[in-house]
Ligand binder design. Structure first.
Ligand SMILES: *[C@@H]1O[C@H](CO)[C@@H](O)[C@H](O)[C@H]1NC(C)=O
Ligand SMILES: *[C@@H]1O[C@H](CO)[C@@H](O)[C@H](O)[C@H]1NC(C)=O
Length: 232
């Protein structure tokens, strides 16, 4: 969860100043999460070329993927106190998620509850195919909102898969992005958890009645899961 998108159009604009008079600037600019890397150069015939690349922290947009974004660039020149400023207005437009079964949880982002039980790795793959990721809770507020979401969807599984695991090193829980679980902002475990029961619980879940974390088997448990769409 980062910032609210308009569920309808999901449009965000960013202004990127690329050049000012008398100076040649290749600036690196940030627009509310995704990074727009702007570089400019002069080619052999003396024409300016400005290249813009969109870099997102977690997921690279792929063609045909619901996560893909369209970039619309509109250059403008402003004259002000004798100086000219060239700006690029960049609009990023993504496909609406709502038709894909995602719903907005106000203040947190877009989520999809999958009630068809599968094992953790399959759940992770389904989310990735949808251009999202297994849910990662970042606050008590989000945990509470997700608990309400599960209730609303009448999720009956006690454990609902989430986007963390300790497959690489027992007890060292990391998110599906490789970040320490400690840094997510929400690390409340269900009482007595994580217990690595049977020495085989390396995958992450949320207890659907408490909204708190649990470690579960990656291969012996098929469960519901929630995909979270990165809100850029
Ligand atoms: C430089 O860029 C301009 C504009 O895109 C293009 O017309 C021209 O052919 C380019 N020159 C070279 C040498 O690539
Ligand atoms: C989920 O939490 C409830 C309340 O703490 C607990 O009774 C239940 O055993 C938990 N389920 C699992 C699978 O840990």
């Amino acid at each position: 969860m980062r910032l609210k998108w308009e569920s309808f159009a999901q449009l965000l604009s960013a202004s990127v100043v690329v050049m000012s008079v008398g100076a040649v600037i290749g600036e690196e600019c940030t627009a509310e999460g995704p990074r727009l890397l702007v570089s400019s150069s002069r080619n052999a015939t003396g024409h300016w070329t400005v290249a813009i690349a969109l870099q997102r922290q977690h997921a690279a947009p792929r063609p045909g993927n619901p996560d893909a974004l369209q970039l619309e660039v509109q250059p403008t020149t402003t004259r002000c106190n004798g100086a000219r400023t060239h700006a690029l207005n960049v609009a990023l437009q993504g496909q609406p998620l709502v038709g894909l079964g995602y719903e907005q949880v106000e203040g947190f982002g877009f989520y999809k509850v999958h009630r068809k039980a599968v094992i953790w790795e399959s759940a992770r793959e389904v989310c990735e195919k949808e251009g999202s990721h297994l849910v990662i809770l970042n606050s008590e507020g989000e945990a509470a909102a997700i608990t309400r979401l599960m209730k609303r969807h009448k999720v009956t599984d006690t454990n609902v898969f989430a986007g963390f695991h300790d497959k690489a090193e027992e007890g060292n829980h990391i998110t599906v992005f490789g970040d320490d679980l400690e840094n997510t902002g929400f690390t409340q475990w269900n009482p007595g958890q994580p217990d690595n029961r049977g020495n085989e619980e390396d995958c992450g879940a949320i207890n659907s009645s408490t909204g708190k974390l649990n470690d579960v088997s990656c291969t012996k448990l098929a469960s519901s899961y929630i995909c979270e769409h990165i809100v850029i």
